[in-house]
Design a protein. Structure first.
Length: 291
């Protein structure tokens, strides 16, 4: 039986290389969670100080800054930090493309495990959306989150509990490469356990930690489009190399089996509109932590 690499890679390099295609490859699922966690956080005003930690292309910052563009109120202070310089480059370009008000926005290339360029006790709101499972040392990163939040401030961290795209990928693999070890993500499983995340956040210093969940969708206009995104996941697996076309053909069938019709609010210019898409369910773990 072919086996997968056991080493958990440092994902910063991978995200750096793939930053330009990131938004397309996520099927909007991290944006769903970003919007949800902002909506359950204390209100954000012009005087808020915000950390968008492991910002990626800036899903959190975009959702925070959009209402300030429309209202023309002075925007809050926002710091985007990411270990991958490529992500910060794309985030900066996206905020500019959307003409968002960035006069109080900073961009920092920094590993979440060492935010020493940021002072203690500064952020009223700290968001780490889908960063924890990717960090080399998530426990240390959690202590940095706690250190940089103001007393009385709120940090929200998220992870995934389940990935709706794994079943269609594994079903396709079972047809094309029967007997091989089912495809999995090279991530430490402890970060998919809400109890472990609660424990880590408490040990980081947060006394009040509220755990919740949220259903997001890995979605696109058609099942075919989802299959085209998903086949890229398998391209990274050495023992699936050379099987791309066969896996894609099977994925076209297996995605149809699992995908559901979903309605999503998406941005269209500055407006939010409802669109009907097809999607695979992604269950998120949400921890709201008060300092
Ligand atoms: C799944 S993406 C999430 C991005 C964004 N928060 C969102 O909601 O779309 C994870 C991000 O974590 C970053 N990352 C991975 N390891 C990191 C580390 N050790 N320190 C800082 N950022 C890291 C990656 O570069 C990537 O931008």
């Amino acid at each position: 039986m072919a086996s997968q690499p056991s080493k958990i890679p440092n994902s910063i390099e991978m995200f750096d290389r793939t930053a330009d295609g990131y938004d397309e490859n996520t099927g909007g699922c991290t944006v769903d969670v970003a919007r949800h966690i902002i909506s359950i956080s204390p209100p954000i005003t012009s005087t808020s100080t915000i950390l968008d930690n492991a910002s990626g292309t800036g899903a959190i910052s975009q959702a925070i800054l959009r209402p300030f563009k429309l209202s023309q109120l002075s925007p809050p202070h926002v710091t985007l930090a990411d270990g991958a310089a490529g992500m910060i480059r794309v985030a900066k370009a996206e905020l500019a493309r959307l003409a968002l008000p960035v006069q109080n926005t900073d961009f920092v290339v920094a590993p979440a495990e060492d935010l020493s360029s940021l002072q203690d006790d500064v952020f009223s709101h700290s968001f780490t959306n889908m960063g924890l499972p990717l960090f080399v040392d998530g426990e240390r990163a959690s202590r940095e989150i706690h250190r940089t939040v103001k007393p009385g401030g709120t940090a929200v961290v998220t992870s995934w509990r389940s990935f709706g795209y794994l079943d269609p990928v594994r079903d396709a693999q079972a047809v094309v490469l029967p007997g091989t070890e089912p495809f999995d993500l090279p991530l430490a499983k402890k970060w998919f356990d809400p109890e472990y995340i609660e424990k880590v956040m408490r040990e980081a210093g947060f006394e009040n930690v509220q755990m919740g969940s949220f259903e997001a969708w890995y979605a696109a206009e058609s099942e075919e489009k989802i299959a085209n995104f998903l086949v890229r996941l398998t391209e990274a697996v050495p023992w699936m190399k050379g099987k791309r076309d066969e896996i894609l053909a099977e994925l076209q069938k297996t995605v149809v089996k699992y995908a559901k019709k979903v309605k999503k609010m998406v941005y269209h210019g500055d407006k939010e509109i409802e669109v009907e898409l097809v999607g695979l369910s992604m269950m998120a773990i949400v921890a709201v932590c008060k300092k």
